[in-house]
Design a protein around this ligand. Structure first.
Ligand code: R5P
Length: 300
């Protein structure tokens, strides 16, 4: 057992992401994995427990559902590291919930992403690492934040593992176009963005495409940061199919797969779904650990 000295990086295996934390720690020579015991009281309150840590601490915890509970565990783990005397505390939150609430859209709302940043700071977190965050604006409230991207890894996976026929890379909305462009550059493919609007009150999605004539008979890869209910990607897949695309793939960083999302995607004619392991799921074919461990090792 290694002495828990100042040079050790304590990788704290958050209850939502023990597998990812283990993978990250195995790639960092100076890392020591710290298992976390989680208990729930009968009213739903949770309690975390782990051994004393010092020096540099890295908490790994993605905040997929139950979102608020997973966030609470981060605050608790950070507070415990701080109380133990950790010198710096990095929260690795590959999927950071609340990033879609980066600003006020309707009267009476609040930018909840700012509150999450306040709570991270107050718990002792000194830096934050996210992956393909929905909006980098959500990071403006955090003093030291870095957003990594899984898009190169996802594109390499697609290139090596899918039998693609002249694929066009498609973002379901204009906000995701830069991600889709990055993906398309790696494959040497053309790229386009569909025109998506969401009614802020009802959540209803409307989607359209201007011209797709040149892509009839091509495969298509839909690229998004998050697939949650599957509504956006299934609507996009229907449009691509109606416009003559052959196989349509859904590739995302964070596959939340809420409710019947997978069935919805299948019903819309999606050939396959590919995601990273930011959210454990059966389509998590791309491992994020090297992207994260490389970044952690390059800091200091
Ligand atoms: C929104 O703009 C995001 O990039 C995703 O497209 C969205 O969050 C996906 O949600 P859903 O699967 O529920 O349509």
């Amino acid at each position: 057992m290694r002495d828990n000295s100042q040079s050790t990086i304590n990788v704290i295996a958050g209850p939502s992401s023990p597998d990812l934390a283990g993978r990250i720690s195995r790639q960092i020579p100076a890392a020591e994995l710290v298992p976390v015991e989680l208990r729930f009281f009968c009213d739903g309150e949770s309690k975390v427990r782990f051994r004393k840590v010092r020096g540099r601490c890295v908490i790994v915890q993605s905040t997929f559902p139950p979102v608020d509970t997973h966030l609470m565990h981060i605050f608790m783990m950070a507070k415990k590291c701080f109380a133990d005397g950790a010198t710096d505390i990095t929260a690795v939150i590959p999927y950071l919930a609340y990033a879609r609430q980066d600003r006020v859209f309707l009267d009476g709302e609040l930018p909840s992403a700012e509150l999450i940043a306040d709570l991270l700071n107050a718990s002792g977190v000194t830096s934050l690492v996210t992956v393909d965050i929905h909006s980098e604006l959500a990071l403006q409230y955090v003093s030291h934040a870095q957003n990594l991207s899984a898009i190169p890894k996802l594109a390499e996976y697609a290139q090596s593992n899918l039998a693609l026929r002249n694929p066009v890379i498609v973002s379901p909305d204009s906000g995701g176009l830069s991600r889709a462009k990055m993906f398309a550059n790696i494959l040497g493919s053309k790229v386009l963005a569909l025109d998506k609007t969401r009614d802020r009150e009802s959540g209803e999605i409307k989607m359209d495409v201007k011209s797709m004539n040149e892509f009839q008979g091509n495969d298509a890869i839909l690229v998004d940061d998050i697939i949650s209910s599957g509504a956006s990607i299934s609507k996009a897949a229907e449009i691509l199919k109606a416009n003559g695309c052959r196989d349509v793939y859904a590739i995302c960083t964070h596959y939340l797969a809420i409710g019947s999302a997978t069935q919805k995607l299948r019903d819309a004619g999606i050939t396959d779904i590919i995601s990273t392991n930011s959210v454990p799921n059966e389509y998590a074919k791309v491992d994020l650990s090297t992207v994260i461990s490389d970044s952690l090792q390059s800091q200091k």
